[in-house]
Design a protein around this ligand. Structure first.
Ligand code: HEM
Length: 159
């Protein structure tokens, strides 16, 4: 049996991770958008849609783990020389942005929505609901935009 060529192997893992992560962001974006067709009039249906949107979290987890492991393997192939290139530094900045945006901005909004759907956070007025909806949209659009810029940087590798 021949030895595994680390570069194509890691790249396949990396692209698979990227595809899963992007699918997760798009999936939760589309399903959470559907939720507003039902909420607040039909809270039961909205709660079912919310549950579906949360099923996409497994894509983030698997995609994120694959990206990190394969990213480090790819860096090893390049003996970490890439880390000094500008495009890679910007890319890493955007990766950190993706994580912080999810933790600081997206997470609390989703938690608030979950609280409303379960009745634990009382009832929100139209203004609060509008704000929640807008924040969720901004969160997802920012994630997708950051991913798109990462794709462009990874392909063009501006120096
Ligand atoms: C959401 C996060 C990320 C996305 C969307 C992403 C996306 C990509 C894409 C599209 C490529 C180009 C593949 C190709 O050449 O066909 C790539 C390559 C690469 N990525 Fe990532 N990546 C991410 C995170 C990371 C992380 C965290 C690391 C390092 C720890 C990393 C290290 C690398 C390396 C070393 C390459 C190879 C560069 C080359 O093509 O010559 N990436 N990435």
């Amino acid at each position: 049996m021949g030895t595994i060529n680390l570069f194509p192997f890691s790249l396949v893992l990396h692209i698979t991770g990227v595809a899963l992560l992007t699918a997760g962001v798009l999936g939760s974006y589309v399903t959470l958008k559907q939720l507003w067709k039902y909420y607040p009039e039909d809270a039961r249906q909205a709660a079912a849609v919310f549950k579906t949107s949360q099923a996409y979290n497994v894509f983030f987890a698997i995609g994120g783990a694959l990206i990190l492991v394969s990213g480090f393997l790819l860096l090893r192939v390049y003996q970490f020389t890439i880390t000094k290139q500008l495009w890679f530094e910007v890319k890493m900045g955007l990766v950190i942005f993706l994580i912080l945006n999810a933790r600081i901005f997206g997470g609390p909004v989703v938690k608030k929505l979950q609280g409303l759907l379960s009745g634990q956070s009382g009832v929100a007025d139209v203004l609060q609901l509008g704000m929640l909806r807008r924040r969720l949209s901004i969160f997802h659009v920012l994630q997708l935009l950051a991913l798109l810029i990462i794709f462009v940087l990874a392909v063009y590798k501006f120096q």
